[in-house]
Design a protein around this ligand. Sequence first.
Ligand code: GLY
Length: 393
Amino acid sequence: MTLHKITIAAFSVLSIAFHSQNKKQMARLIQNEFEFAEKQYKFLLKTVPQDKMPQSYKDGKLITKDISWWYSGFYPGSLWMIYEQTKNPEIKKEAERTLELIEPNKTFTRDHDLGFMMFCSFGNAYRITKDPKYKDIILTSAESLSTRFRSGMQAILSWDKMADFKSPVIIDNMMNLEMLNWASQNGGNKKLSEIAVAHANTTMKNHFRPDYSSYHVIDYDVNTGEVLGKKTFQGYSDSSAWARGQGWALYGFTMMYRFTKDEKYLIQAQHIANFILNNPTLPKDKIPYWDFNDPKIPNVPKDASAAGIIASALLELGQYSKGNEKKNYVDSAKQMLISLSSEKYQAKVGENGGFLLMHSTGGLPLNSEIDVPLIYADYYFLEALKRYKDWYL
Ligand code: GLY
């Protein structure tokens, strides 16, 4: 063997050893995280009132909401994901109890949030148990959501009336398309996926700036589809990139590619990922500040929920990408998971009201949920851990 060949062989052995060591570390981290989640949610479930859903924790108090609040699917969904990894019967019992509680949401049509409410919950339950009653509930929920599609604007109306908006569609709404696509491919009406495609196309046309950052709210004329305004509701300004909104956009277009295999959604998702990952305000630990354009960065709150959503989406995008791009998406998501698992973001057992993560921001301009735990931050963090385990270990 020449010296050159020996050197290449030695590098290959070192690289295999490095990757397998890396994988072992991530496997250990993920296992530890689910064990932690099991303990923490056993603590949380004892404090949740029987008719409410946990939302956050502030000043030593658990904050809860009624079942029609958009968060209602995340608690059962998180429980199902924890149960899937730990098989803890107490966690399963609580997951089943809370599904029963939110089932009446299946005919809810007052806003667009039904995908969050019913697919994050019943979607996970069906994936894990294959119980047909869960599938029926998802199909009914998808039909309910489809009633909010407005053909004049070729989009699902997010809110009926909110602030000064006439017919607002928010970037968050991309997430609800997952339930429509899934229902359509699993015994539901074909029109459900047609609605999802129409909504995604309208969003792609109107919601993005040339740098692929997303506006939060597009206000439409419901009859003609004319764009009346490009605004924000939860971001720093109309022209800023609200961090969680960028996460919803990334996740939404990646998911659209999963169901349709239409390349334009993949390319859109890659552009959005590049906007996020190349943003000069993204810190080294890769947990974004609440808005990429807040001029007071770094002296502003972070948003761990945005990191969880982005990590989960990047891991899926990594499945559809190659070479350096794939590596960048997966390595960035991994860094986010490592950061979120550190004591900087993660609570100790029995603290933080039972939530896993600290430091999320719900609505800073609304003076609401600033630097607090939020149930959906936990949900997407758990989903990202599961995705890493399923796809990259
Ligand atoms: N969907 C509402 C939010 O992201 O705060």
